[in-house]
Design a protein around this ligand. Structure first.
Ligand SMILES: C[S@@+](CC[C@H](N)C(=O)[O-])C[C@H]1O[C@@H](n2cnc3c(N)ncnc32)[C@H](O)[C@@H]1O
Length: 282
């Protein structure tokens, strides 16, 4: 585990619980327990203007699970690099893909000290597979790519499925998320995959403008992107069917897949407010 976040008492990570953090606010939407008063206050403010946030969070995770299953089964992927992993929430990505292939290896990356603090829960790999955790930002591709935890775990001469699910809307244009994603994808061999989901104002622009403002006032940059702006992340890659879609319509019938937002629980596009897609590197 790379440690770049100590600073609290006794060398523990400084969680800065007095200000909201995206990972903990998301944990609040998901009904988790790893959140604090400041996170719940921000989450409540968001839900006042976007009541769909908890449904969106569960729909988003269900998409991630289905995408993982599709890549593990139909594309034979057994190496995963999940950036912006979030606070462990069962099932985690490694549990989903190791359910399909117990030998799968997963490297998780996040830059929030609370995810680092809980990373042990991501380390319960199947005996045949392996998991690792890297504390780093998506805006530092080389820190991620050169982390010993990553190079020991993944073989970059074989395809890797890289995901950044519900992450890039926290990386504003000033930090050039397109260049960061391109640098990471460049390092992956042909046959690798990119899995993304992203907040959008395409369905309810006013609500998403207010949501971004709430995150900003809590100290987090947030930028919703249109379908065309989202599509730019996949430039040079081949989108797999059904292409760019709302997460609840992306392969809703995958065997063994989570079905939140895909029929068992009806949702509409404005409630979810996300675009999703999976592409393969030619
Ligand atoms: C909304 S959560 C999504 C978690 C998980 N990917 C999912 O979809 O269920 C966003 C995650 O991205 C992380 N994050 C935000 N900015 C980041 C950055 N610059 N680098 C790495 N992770 C980041 C947050 O700490 C948080 O855990």
């Amino acid at each position: 585990m790379t440690d770049g976040s100590t600073g609290g008492p006794g060398g523990l990570p400084d969680l800065r619980v007095d200000q909201p953090h995206t990972a903990r606010v998301y944990d609040y939407y998901l009904g988790g327990k790893s959140n604090y008063e400041a996170d719940r206050k921000a989450g409540d403010q968001v839900m006042a203007v976007w009541p769909g946030a908890p449904v969106a969070a569960r729909t988003n995770r269900a998409f991630m699970h289905r995408a993982g299953r599709v890549l593990a089964t139909e594309y034979g992927m057994d190496q995963f690099l999940d950036i912006g992993a979030g606070i462990p929430t069962e099932p985690n990505l490694h549990q989903v893909v190791q359910d399909e292939n117990p030998r799968a290896r997963i490297v998780y990356v996040d830059n929030d000290p609370i995810v680092l603090a809980h990373a042990r829960a991501l380390m319960d790999s199947s005996p045949e597979g392996r998991t690792a955790y890297v504390h780093a930002s998506v805006t530092e591709p080389q820190t991620i790519l050169q982390a010993p935890e990553l190079t020991r775990t993944l073989d970059f001469s074989r395809p890797v499925a890289m995901s950044a699910v519900a992450l890039l809307h926290f990386v504003p244009d000033e930090s050039d998320p397109y260049a960061c994603v391109a640098e990471l994808v460049d390092a992956l061999p042909s046959g690798s995959a990119l899995v993304l989901s992203h907040g959008t104002g395409d369905f309810d622009p006013e609500a998403m403008k207010k949501v971004a403002q709430i995150y900003k006032s809590g100290g987090t940059e947030a930028q919703a992107r249109s379908r065309a702006e989202f599509a730019r992340f996949f430039e040079g890659l081949d989108l797999v069917e059904p292409g760019i879609e709302v997460p609840h319509r992306w392969r809703p019938d995958v065997a063994g897949g989570a079905r939140i937002g895909t029929g068992q629980e009806a949702v509409d596009d404005a409630t979810v407010g996300l675009w999703a897609g999976v592409a393969v590197k030619p």
